[in-house]
Write a protein that binds this ligand. Structure first.
Ligand SMILES: Nc1ncnc2c1ncn2[C@@H]1O[C@H](COP(=O)(O)OP(=O)(O)OP(=O)(O)O)[C@@H](O)[C@H]1O
Length: 315
């Protein structure tokens, strides 16, 4: 390859084209664990041998029902959960172990709400403070000035915004800006357009498409909002039951040309629902509920089994 990205695999297709794989999931296993590092009681494995490959320059729309595991798989690919080195490779490296992937900005993950648990203040406090948007943006080191100005313009950010008085959508724009400041090679976007107005979302999606085409970067975008998205993806991936059920180029879906992406998605979701209902061995959950303590409580020194915020009902 000769571009300094040793380790990233190349695949040759019969037509002689060479595509570089930037995402390789190979028999991925994952189960959520409790604070003791053991699988939580009643918590079934989420993935049992998930495999998925994505080529450089792809813009993949990751589709799946609530709870299908999109966020989890994206967090694994962003190096936020530890899995076996060989089961997940991004740009040829294990994202959990190769911390320079994220610290350099080659891999960027933008997701979730910008919130923190703050001792004695509460949980899920929006990230805010009496400082300007520009101060937050300038906190990121090693950023090209021209790129910074472009991203600020695309996201229509007023650098003078005070972060404790901004709206949810304005806060989201600053979060997006920070995630896009560096010239990433792989970007994971986890439902980040939900607070954006129609124009803000359109400008962002156009910017990302242009970047992908010009710099050959790769974007995985998980969303439930499909309006006007038809021209954006190069691939559609439908994820259900811990498996990638569909993973195909957009050209294979006439629904995209007809502006009927939402109908296609609804059809996939209904088909999966029907398959699940028909499954003879559908796991029956135990009928009783019991109370467990999840072991820690942010900002407190005690762990309580009382019905406080760290108590969890299990079935
Ligand atoms: N920290 C956690 N501990 C235990 N289980 C979890 C945890 N986080 C998520 N899960 C479970 O893992 C499954 C997949 O969740 P995930 O958030 O990855 O789904 P998703 O496809 O992103 O859903 P949505 O579309 O609603 O965002 C769900 O059943 C969820 O309850």
């Amino acid at each position: 390859m000769g571009d300094g990205k040793e380790g990233a695999m190349e695949v040759d297709d019969p037509a002689g084209r060479t595509d570089e794989l930037v995402i390789e999931l190979d028999g991925l296993h994952f189960t959520y664990c409790g604070p003791d590092g053991l699988p939580q009681q009643g918590c079934e494995p989420l993935f049992q041998g998930l495999s998925w490959k994505v080529e450089k320059g792809s813009r993949v729309l990751l589709i799946g029902s609530n709870g299908a595991g999109k966020t989890t798989v994206m967090k694994i690919m962003a190096g936020k959960h530890m899995v076996d080195r060989d089961q997940c490779k991004i740009l040829g490296e294990s994202p959990f172990h190769a911390t320079d992937l994220t610290s350099s900005g080659r891999l960027s993950y933008i997701g979730g709400t910008w919130q923190r648990d703050i001792a004695f203040a509460g949980y899920n406090i929006p990230l805010q403070g009496d400082f300007s948007a520009l101060k937050m943006i300038d906190g990121i080191q090693g950023v090209d000035q021209a790129r910074k100005e472009r991203v600020i313009k695309v996201l229509d950010i007023d650098p003078e915004w005070r972060m404790h008085t901004v709206s949810e959508g304005q806060r989201r724009r600053v979060q997006l800006c920070i995630g896009l400041l560096k010239e990433y090679e792989v970007l994971f976007l986890d439902e980040v357009t939900v607070d954006l107005d129609v124009l803000g979302r359109a400008d962002l999606m156009n910017f990302l498409k242009e970047e992908c085409e010009q710099r050959k970067c790769t974007i995985i975008y998980a969303t439930h909002i499909f309006d006007g998205l038809e021209p954006w993806p190069t691939h559609l991936a439908f994820f259900a039951g811990g498996e990638m059920k569909v993973n195909k180029p957009s050209s294979e879906f006439p629904e995209l040309r007809e502006g009927r992406l939402v109908n296609l998605v609804a059809e996939w979701l209904r088909d999966h629902e029907r398959d699940e209902e028909a499954r003879p061995n559908k796991a029956k959950k135990e009928e009783f509920r019991y109370l467990v303590n999840n072991g820690w409580s942010s900002g407190r020194s005690n762990a309580s089994i009382k019905l406080s915020s760290n108590a969890v009902w299990r079935c």
